[in-house]
Every structure is written in C-alpha cells, then in structure tokens.
Design a protein around this ligand. Structure first.
Ligand SMILES: Nc1ncnc2c1ncn2[C@@H]1O[C@H](COP(=O)(O)OP(=O)(O)O)[C@@H](O)[C@H]1O
Ligand SMILES: [Mg+2]
Length: 355
C-alpha cells in the first residue's frame, strides 16, 4: 500500500512570496473542487511546505499571468525541479499560452493543427506592406482565416477574414491588433499576432462541432462535444435549437474515444503538459487540434451545458438521456469528478514511482 500523496499548489496567489505557506486561494478553484480534494483524503493531502511534497501542481490562469508572476513561480520551482514531479511546470507555460507556440510544437510532433502565420510585432512594423501581402496570399489559399492575438481567450482579439475582405480592411484590423499587442506586451512579452486557417467541418445544416477532452497524465478523465452554427463559439453559445445535434454528437463521441485517445494524449504530451482541456475539430475522423487550456473552469464547469434553455432540457430529461450521454452527466457530478481527479493523481504517482 502506497502512502498518501502530498500535493503542493503554486499559482499567482499561493505558493510564492509571503503566500508560500498558504493552503487556501487555489487559483481558479472550480465549484466543489476543494470538497473533492477533501473527499480524496485517503489517498492525497495538501501540504504547506514545498519540500515535503510528492507532487506540485502549477495552477495559473494563463491569460492573467504576467511575466513577473511567471518568474516568481520559476524561481521557486528551479530549486526542486529535478526532485519533485511538477504538474504543468511553469517552464512549459508558453507551450499552451501562445497558440502559435502550441501549433509549432504540434507540427514538430506530427500532430495536426490549423496552418498559421505568426508575426513578431517589432519585425513587421517596418515592413507593413509585405506583411499585409503575406496575409492576403494566406487568405487566398485558405479562403477564410482568423487574424488574432496568440494568447487571448473568450473570443477576445479574434477577427474573421474572408475572400470579401479588402486589403484596406485587413490592414486596419492588423493595425488594431498591433495596438492590442503593444498593450499586452508590457506584461506579457510573448504576445504576437497570428493568422490562422479557419477549420470548417460544417455539416449540411451549418453546424460546427468542436470536441474537448480533459486529460490527466495518461488518462482521459472527461470529454464532450459542443456544437453551433456560429463561427466562433463556446459552450455558453449553445441553445435549445442545438440540443438534438448536441446529444447526437456526444453519443457518437464515446465510440470515437478509443481510437482518438492516442492522438489526444500525444497532442497533450507534445506541449509537455500533464493536465489540460484539449480542443479539436474532426475532419474525416482525423483530429485537428486548436488549443490546450491547462486550467479549464469555464461555463460548463460552473453552470452546465449551453444556455439556460439547454441546461433546463438536460435536467428535465435526465432519465431518458443519462444512458445515452453519460459523459455529460458525469461531468456535472462535480464533487465526485474532482474526488476522482485527485485520487488519480495519487494512483498515477503510485504506479509510476518505485516503492
Ligand atoms: N482554426 C479554427 N478554425 C475554426 N474555428 C476556430 C479555430 N480556432 C478557434 N475557432 C473557434 O473560435 C473559438 C475560440 O477559439 P479558441 O482558440 O479555442 O480560443 P478561446 O477558447 O481561448 O477563446 C473556438 O471555440 C472555435 O469556435
Ligand atoms: Mg477554446
């Protein structure tokens, strides 16, 4: 029998400076997550001293994390990096925070992702004409693209370009993104502009399906698909109009999981992450990855799937639907979900370290 695993958390509000010994203030604490950790007490417990830990979990909400905060975390971790297992080490922060860095790593590791161009602000400023021409030929090739910052979330800093977009329009979007970049760069130096191929697996009725899997080490701990007719959407955008497709896609997803799993794990490992929510489209059952979110905790985790009308439908029809889409109801059973998550951290460490 393995002894209890000791876990230490480090983030922007915990584990650094005067907050080194703080047990509370778990960054991006999810609803019922703390209860889940408590319920897992037979296998895992939180510790106050970093040097006593068997495992350290770096918890940072990427879009809010400044270079300064990263450095503070780095300074603490560099002393123990080779001795203690670190979940989502701060040293791999840019691998997921910068979507162009993620795409680059995926390309190097044979993981499919959209085609893209990336622009270092300082380099393009003296070469604006050439840059806009590059974007124009990229657009010509892919017909529809995003122009966006590489590290923002919740649809901030995304513009869509199509064959109808004029050169002037593109230039003005580019310049406004450049201004956005400059503001962000004061605290987050790696902010860049990127052009991204728009992945369009739309069905005949105009639905885009986006898949998401939550990975912890070698395991997929949950998964779901969301669907919408919009170009840019998140879970919250789904309404009762999308419910039939939502149910069908989630029912099918379960059968695809087995053959997708090696690719999903590879995509996560390519970014050197141990935990994260990874998102992808499917074209002919081939995943095309678009991002890894290390600290998921958005609308689905907080409230449920879709807007209020969809959430109500899922609650009212639970008896009929639970067998068809157990993944959806399991994800919503939060206390058990987080208990399982923390227990698996213990199980994984026990099976991978020698007694
Ligand atoms: N390459 C792409 N092709 C098509 N749609 C995309 C692509 N990248 C992102 N999207 C859409 O934009 C949304 C937001 O993009 P994403 O990169 O996931 O950033 P975030 O979730 O952090 O806002 C996605 O949920 C999806 O609807
Ligand atoms: Mg996303």
């Amino acid at each position: 029998m393995h002894k209890k695993t000791k876990i230490y958390f480090i983030g922007r509000k915990q584990g650094i400076g005067l907050r080194k010994y703080r047990l509370s203030h778990l960054e991006n604490r999810r609803k019922l997550e703390a209860e889940g950790l408590k319920n897992a007490y037979e296998k895992i417990k939180q510790v106050r001293l970093i040097q006593n830990a068997d495992v350290i979990w770096v918890r940072v909400r990427p879009e809010f994390t400044t270079d300064k905060e990263r450095n503070m975390i780095e300074n603490r971790l560099k002393k123990i990096r080779n001795k203690i297992l670190i979940i989502n080490d701060i040293s791999v922060f840019e691998n997921y925070d910068c979507k162009d860095s993620a795409f680059n790593l995926w390309n190097e590791n044979g993981v499919k992702c959209p085609n893209y161009l990336t622009f270092e602000l300082q380099k393009v400023e003296n070469n604006l004409d050439q840059t806009i021409d590059d974007i124009l030929s990229f657009l010509k090739k892919y017909k529809k693209i995003f122009l966006r910052t590489n590290n923002e979330t919740a649809s901030n800093g995304i513009s869509i370009l199509t064959s109808k977009s004029s050169k002037n329009e593109i230039q003005s979007i580019f310049l406004s993104l450049a201004e956005r970049c400059k503001i962000h760069q004061s605290e987050r130096k790696s902010t860049r502009i990127m052009a991204v191929e728009f992945i369009n697996p739309r069905d005949n009725n105009g639905f885009q399906d986006l898949y998401r899997a939550h990975i912890l080490f070698d395991k997929i701990i949950s998964f779901y698909a969301v669907t919408s007719k919009k170009d840019v959407f998140h879970n919250i955008d789904m309404t009762i109009e999308d419910i039939d497709r939502f149910i069908m896609m989630n029912e099918k997803f379960q059968n695809k999981l087995e053959f997708l799993k090696p690719k999903i794990i590879r995509a996560t490992e390519s970014l050197k992450c141990n935990i994260g929510a990874i998102e992808f489209f499917l074209i002919n059952n081939e995943p095309i990855f678009i991002e890894l979110n290390p600290m998921w905790g958005g609308h689905a985790s907080k409230y449920g799937f879709g807007d209020q009308s969809m959430q109500n439908y899922l609650i009212d029809n639970r008896i009929n639907l639970e067998n068809r889409i157990p993944n959806i109801y399991n994800f919503m059973d939060r206390e058990l979900y987080y208990k399982n998550l923390f227990e698996y951290i213990h199980d994984y460490i026990s099976k991978t370290t020698k007694l």
